[in-house]
Design a protein around this ligand. Sequence first.
Ligand code: HEM
Length: 321
Amino acid sequence: MSNSAFIKSSIAKKYWMAFTGLFLCLFLVGHLIGNLQLIIKTGEEGRRAFNEYAYFMTHNPAVMVLSYLTYFSILFHAIDGIALFIQNKKARPVSYAYNKPSANSSLPSRYMALLGTIVLVFIATHMSNFWWKMKVSDEVPMHTYYSPSSQDTMYLTQKGEQISTKQIRELGEIEGTQLILKADKFSTSIEEQYSAYLASNPGLSEDQLAEIDEQKKKLKPKKDEILAEGYKDLHTVVMKFFSKKNESDSGLPLGLLGMLLYVVSMAVLGFHLWHGFASAFQSMGINHPKYTPLIKLFGRGYAVVVPSLFAIIPILIYLNS
Ligand code: HEM
């Protein structure tokens, strides 16, 4: 490759890395705000808020588009980064002629590829911990809680209704996250209710009996229907994951190891962002004597605050479990 072609393709790669990197920085802020609900609200209120948020994130069309953009950005950022790293390695004499890395650059800037690879491994592990369970393997249970007033386990539906296990058993069944109204069970329940009504109201006129029959026909379900859809209980999955009680069969403290993995990964992410944030603006050609120092300062603040807040979440869940 000629020098000018090399520089051109290298600049394009850097531009796209910067663009996708900054988009991922925005994603991280949104993801952090959502995840902070895991520690801000406690008890049933916290569980409900987090599960409603997770439902919104997986069902709102605009958020779903953003999700796909996030997956694409992660892959593109990583592949482009690896390609740039290989390209720079091959062109080392040229690269050295322009800048002397050890003399001119900070430690994180020289290890961007390594730090980025560790973050990528973290993201892959992280997505298999939660995202895979939520979206692919369907291992996430339904959101239920015990209600002392009805002395039964209640299912929380996405319309905000609460249906008791007894009601579900009488009228239908649970399939995945759906509460299905079974036509045969519903008919039996209606028949029983009408028989009880007739027994307690003897002496009804012919007209009244005909009217009751008419009502019964209208209520008769023809086929099974979705009565409601319940929330997935992702909150419980996350809480159990970082819990002190999460141990393997051989006694390995999985909760503690999970918490440490997240804390160390957040430190790595912090170092990656320490250089990456401001560098992205430079790669996009934004270089201003007044604003560049401010961008650098903001980037370093972001690199400390965002990963630290992410790290606090598993620490607090672990300590409070
Ligand atoms: C304490 C820290 C974190 C917790 C508790 C956490 C929790 C979660 C959970 C529960 C999900 C599944 C959401 C769903 O499928 O609806 C998720 C998805 C995801 N997380 Fe995290 N997360 C943390 C940090 C991070 C970090 C630091 C990154 C990136 C570096 C990250 C990247 C992602 C991505 C890319 C997804 C998939 C998003 C989507 O499907 O739109 N997470 N996270």
